[in-house]
Ligand binder design. Structure first.
Ligand code: 5GP
Length: 198
């Protein structure tokens, strides 16, 4: 029962790292967010996101269904509470890919069992190149994502770890280590329970 929050600019390689780790581990639950943005080419409903309308999203906010939600690049993104709590009850490591606003909220609620990691590219030019090569966004959207990336970078200091994704293979090794460490995080109560029963 632990949480690992990942943040970082779109295009920094978070999804590729997570997908590799998910292939090897069945005790990880990857939190699938709900969004009002349109699916990108190749994205699938229920695998990458749950895609809903702005009206439906606002209704779910009002019903208190989100653990956290935020407006990013003009769209809503949010994490539903129920699947997270179920996965934690089942002893899974829950991995989130959420922005800096979401990180702050999740940290308030779960600090004692949470680890956080900020992932980024070595510099802005490489991020721009990756977004252009990915060819899933219009140039205005890319410019918007780069501006957002700069403001997110200002909050790197709020995270436990920083991973600069330059060489994918090396980054994957570091990411796997962070996943292992995140699983070991225990609440003070659990440690105390262990001590008493020892
Ligand atoms: P993208 O459109 O590239 O998939 O995601 C844009 C940004 O939204 C990324 O920074 C991603 O981490 C963030 N994001 C995705 N899902 C959530 C969510 O459920 N909550 C929050 N707060 N941010 C999210």
């Amino acid at each position: 029962m632990a949480l690992l929050v990942l943040s970082g600019p779109s295009g920094c390689g978070k999804s590729s790292l997570v997908n590799e780790v998910l292939k090897e581990n069945d005790d990880i639950y990857f939190s699938i967010s709900t969004t009002t943005r349109n699916p990108r080419e190749g994205e699938k409903e229920g695998k990458d996101y749950y895609y809903i309308s702005k009206e439906q999203f606002q209704k779910e906010i009002a019903e208190g269904l989100f653990l956290e939600w935020a407006e990013v690049h003009g769209n809503y993104y949010g994490t539903s509470i129920k699947p997270i709590e179920d996965a934690l009850k089942n002893g899974k490591l829950v991995i989130f890919d959420i922005d800096v606003q979401g990180h702050k909220i999740v940290k308030k609620r779960y600090a004692s069992i949470m680890t956080s990691l900020f992932i980024t590219t070595p510099n802005q030019n490489i991020l721009k190149e990756r977004l252009i090569n990915r060819a899933t966004d219009k140039i205005e959207t890319i410019e918007n994502r780069l501006i957002n990336a700069k403001s997110e970078m200002a909050r790197i200091g709020e995270y436990d770890y920083l991973l600069v994704n330059d060489d994918f293979k090396l980054s994957l090794e570091s990411f796997e280590s962070i996943v292992k460490v995140a699983r070991l995080k225990q609440t003070k109560e659990k440690i105390e329970q262990f001590r008493v029963g020892w």
